[in-house]
Design a protein around this ligand. Sequence first.
Ligand code: ZN
Ligand code: ZN
Length: 141
Amino acid sequence: MADKTGRCMCGAVSFVATDMAGNFSRCHCKMCQRWASGPYDGVQVESTKLSFGEGDNISVFRSSHFAERANCKICGSAVFWRLTSGPYVGKTSVALGLLDDTDGMMMTSELFVDLKNSTSFLPDDRQQMTSEDVAKIVADF
Ligand SMILES: [Zn+2]
Ligand SMILES: [Zn+2]
């Protein structure tokens, strides 16, 4: 458990999470793929221990009869999803990538593993570019 801060890509949505889980889960369901362009990595926190910064910049979408998903109204970053019915109401799954510091966090569960396919695995012969490699390319843009 830890206190974590985070924000969306553009910064319009920021948050502080208290007693956040130190691990994350990966969901391979098709809904998450469409939402996050791949598996969704989420970190659980009690909803009452998640507070957002100033501004009304979160758009909440009811994605099914039992859950809702939230995005930044400005940049579209996936921010969280949470159940709206059932025994886990009261917990929020915050998008891992929004956290300022994810070092040390480990994946401890995967959901919908039957939906994993070739896109879920990393071929050994894939091209790999560092931040510096990419910076050299975009320097001329
Ligand atoms: Zn944003
Ligand atoms: Zn999912």
